[in-house]
Design a protein around this ligand. Structure first.
Ligand SMILES: *[C@@H]1O[C@H](CO)[C@@H](O)[C@H](O)[C@H]1NC(C)=O
Length: 531
């Protein structure tokens, strides 16, 4: 004991000496050029990235843009829904989710505010008219916005809807889940199902009915975007040539064609199976049949068992035929409240017979079963090609009566407003810097003025954390002692356990070995030596 304490103490002294040596050295340096050091080591707060609310230079290309930094303007433009959801009971049907304009909880740029869905497990909807309707014609549609899932996301959406122009979307105070939309775009998650929606509603040119078309899944893993609580930028680009692109943080995660990458497909198949065509009764679909000429060989015994008793097996040496596998627990006691009249005669519970522990077995020995070499099983005739085989039957193909071809699914219903209509199990979803434009340069510049700065600040803050630790250590070299002690403790502990031949540690090991041997000792003597 004493020796070990001395060892620890020595180690501590070495650590302290080492530390003080560094600190003396450091103080010398410090004296030498105090001024420079002071400037360099100034533990300044995280560097702020200067931010100003973005301005779009060419308004003619923009249908809506909002940075949410201006509360008065936000109140003028956006309408919180006071609608009721249809078809469910009144108390849960209300759109009473809470929306606020706030700065982000973390890493915010000074002066940068966003639209925050505060409440969870409530229906929430908010919408704004576009400054002018977007008509799908010769220019691309670009929709871009930021999301920060400040509280992560358990189950719920952070997508937006581009509302279709018409009488049902005129009053945004009545915006609800059935309000007609043209495009739905954005992230959505429940449990392990991570999605990035791009859905458009397509009008059937034959009968005018509307059908949702769902984009194929992105190839990218989406998990991190839902869990890292960082700002992410979602961009949808739909082009007049029916191609589309989806980006997260400016990286393309999905792309393709409105005509090819959506389900159900925009255009129905030109031909379909004739629903009235039926398979003829005599159509033989069997490629192979059992040979009708084959006969069972005379020596084929269908009744031979699959397994038989191994006649050559002998009882293993050391098998304890007279020991039962289980014995009454000698330590069990009759419970005090046992009533022989009511409960019957008390019997101790059975436990494993310890005498059997090291024997190959106890009790009656039975020879094992082995596979029967004469086993044949049921006889079956071999298969031969079916002379009447006609191939697999398929119904006749006919022209699809519902067929149409829409070559321009891009020409969707005009968009007059944008809104969030959400329900989420996680609170504090922040939306920011939404823009709808027909010019990719405009959305790129908008992202450079907003999203890029946010990410820059986050990058610098995390970089400056490492920097700050380095600076602090330079300033207070005593921290070295802390590092050494913290890092040293496990090392000392390991040395202490493994390398130092200490009497108590050794006896601990010995004791456990002895107890193992002790238990196995008696039966082992009975075990056959020959093995
Ligand atoms: C229009 O046609 C589609 C497909 O052909 C069909 O599913 C839908 O029920 C039809 N709608 C109406 C209103 O007839």
């Amino acid at each position: 004991m004493e020796r070990r304490l001395r060892f620890l103490y020595t180690l501590f002294i070495v650590a302290v000496l080492h530390t003080s040596r560094i600190s003396t050295q450091d103080v010398d340096d410090f004296d030498a050029d105090e001024a420079t050091v002071e400037i360099e080591n100034d533990p300044a707060p995280p560097i702020d990235v200067p931010y100003e609310s973005p301005v779009v230079s060419d308004k003619s290309k923009v249908y809506l843009s909002d940075h949410f930094d201006d509360v008065a303007q936000f109140n003028k433009r956006w309408m919180k829904s006071r609608a009721m959801k249809e078809g469910i009971s009144e108390d849960i049907a209300k759109y009473d989710g809470v929306w606020e304009i706030e700065s982000p909880q973390k890493d915010g740029l000074t002066g940068d505010l966003g639209l925050v869905l505060k409440s969870k497990a409530k229906h929430a909807a908010i919408a704004s008219l576009l400054t002018k309707p977007f008509v799908f014609n010769t220019k691309p549609l670009i929709v871009q916005y930021e999301v920060i899932l400040q509280d992560g996301q358990e189950c719920g959406g952070a997508y937006l809807k581009l509302l279709s122009e018409g009488p049902d979307t005129r009053n945004l105070a009545q915006f609800h889940d059935k309000s007609p939309y043209t495009i739905m775009f954005g992230p959505d998650k429940c449990g392990n199902d991570h999605k990035l929606h791009f859905i458009f509603r397509h009008r059937n040119p034959l009968n005018g009915s509307i059908e949702e078309k769902h984009c194929k899944k992105p190839k990218e893993r989406l998990e991190d975007f839902f869990s890292d609580k960082l700002p992410h930028l979602y961009t949808l680009i739909v082009n007049p040539d029916n191609t589309f692109e989806i980006k997260i943080d400016r990286q393309v995660v999905n792309s393709g064609s409105l005509l090819e990458d959506f389900t159900p497909s925009v255009n129905p198949p030109a031909e379909i199976d004739d629903p009235n065509d039926k398979k003829p009764d005599d159509w033989d679909e069997r490629e192979k049949i059992p040979d009708p000429e084959a006969v069972k060989p005379d020596d084929w015994d269908e009744d031979a068992p699959a397994q038989i008793v191994d006649e050559f097996a002998t009882m293993p040496a050391g098998w304890l035929e007279n020991e039962p596998t289980h014995i009454p627990d000698p330590n069990a006691k009759i419970p005090e409240d046992w009533d022989s009249e009511m409960d019957g005669a008390w019997e101790p519970p059975l436990i494993d017979n310890s005498a059997c522990e090291n024997a190959p077995g106890c009790g009656r020995w039975e020879p094992p079963l082995i596979n029967n070499p004469n086993y044949k099983g049921k006889w079956r005739a071999p298969l031969i090609d079916n002379p009447n085989y006609k191939g697999k039957w398929r119904p006749r193909r006919i022209r699809n009566p519902d067929y149409f071809e829409d070559k321009e699914p891009f020409k969707m219903h005009t968009v007059s407003a944008v809104g969030f209509e959400l329900w989420s199990m996680s609170k504090d979803i922040l939306f920011d810097n939404i823009i709808i434009t027909d010019d990719i340069q405009v959305s790129e510049q908008w992202a450079a003025d907003t999203f890029d700065k946010k990410r820059q600040k986050i990058a610098r803050d995390s970089e400056s954390l490492v920097q700050r630790i380095a600076n602090l250590t330079n300033e207070y070299p005593i921290l070295w002692a802390v590092y050494i002690i913290v890092l040293g403790i496990p090392v000392v502990f390991i040395l202490y356990l493994c390398c130092k031949p200490s009497s108590s540690a050794a006896s601990l090991v010995k004791a456990s070995t002895v107890s193992q041997v002790g238990e196995g000792d008696a039966p082992r003597k009975r075990k056959p030596r020959k093995e």
